[in-house]
Design a protein around this ligand. Structure first.
Ligand SMILES: [Zn+2]
Length: 267
């Protein structure tokens, strides 16, 4: 498991919502990764803060007075009525509880709780590491297309493209030609995503380019996950110590077939 995959699972892990197998794999990663441990601590700290602090926020006096002033007249003037002999006392209890001060406290508590819930929602909706990488890959893909120079080494021959990366990267990307399956290799380039230089192989699918980003990962094998960002279809998976990202403006089904063909040709 690599950090990308680990971070996607941390929230569920903190909630004890992972399956046993996944939890064990993540545990294993956490033993060796201080960064992910720190992120898990941050998630747990937020949870503790929410549970411990939400009910105890007191509003400033000025805000309390404004809320009280804004309450309907009846609420501020309400006064407990004596209970009828033998009658139910619940009504009186509720009315006594609903004194202006208590209502204001409740309102303040709700405002404070809402603020904390909002903070929690924003925290949970923060982009995952994988989401951020997807955004960078879309940006890189679009940048290359707009530059009018999307390919540094133009060749349909994997034996030309593969050695071209020598000296330009600190790893040797596997290069597979899929021309016989309808996805001819048209070249490659080096780009910069996820704070590192990565190999990009460009294939064609009909009239559409497919960019394949690949770089080493410490994780094991993971099945393709697909998503769409800004009108582009993306797929990512890991195999053979590499993480792959494929992106295209062709239909999602075309990308799916490309990923399938590439994975069977590489295995
Ligand atoms: Zn990690």
């Amino acid at each position: 498991m690599d950090c990308d995959e680990a971070r996607d699972l941390l929230d569920a892990y903190a909630d004890n919502a992972l399956g046993l197998g996944e939890a064990a794999r993540l545990n294993h990663h956490l033993q060796d990764c201080a960064t992910c441990r720190a992120e898990l601590d941050a998630i747990r700290d937020l949870g503790h803060a929410l549970r411990a602090q939400a009910p105890y926020h007191r509003a400033p006096d000025a805000l309390r007075r404004r809320v009280l002033a804004g309450l309907p007249q009846g609420a501020a003037a309400a006064s407990p009525r004596p209970a009828q002999p033998g009658g139910r006392t619940v009504g009186r209890g509720v009315r006594a509880w609903a004194s202006p001060a208590n209502v204001a406290n409740l309102a303040m508590g709700m405002i404070a709780a809402c603020a904390l819930v909002l903070a929690a929602v924003l925290w949970l909706q923060r982009p995952t590491a994988q989401g951020l990488l997807a955004q960078q890959i879309v940006a890189s893909h679009v940048r290359a297309l707009l530059s009018g120079h999307p390919i540094d080494v133009i060749s349909t021959d994997e034996h030309t493209v593969k050695p071209w990366f020598n000296g330009r990267l600190d790893y040797a990307p596997p290069v597979v030609d899929l021309a016989s399956l309808g996805f001819p290799l048209v070249g490659g380039r080096v780009d910069y995503v996820g704070a590192r230089r990565v190999a990009v192989l460009t294939y064609h699918a009909g009239g559409h380019p497919i960019d394949l980003y690949l770089f080493p990962t410490t994780g094991g094998t993971a099945a393709p996950q697909t998503r769409s960002n800004d009108g582009y279809s993306l797929a990512t998976w890991t195999a053979g110590g590499m993480r792959y990202w494929a992106i295209t403006d062709a239909q999602a089904a075309v990308l799916q077939r490309f990923v399938q063909d590439l994975r069977s040709a590489s295995s």
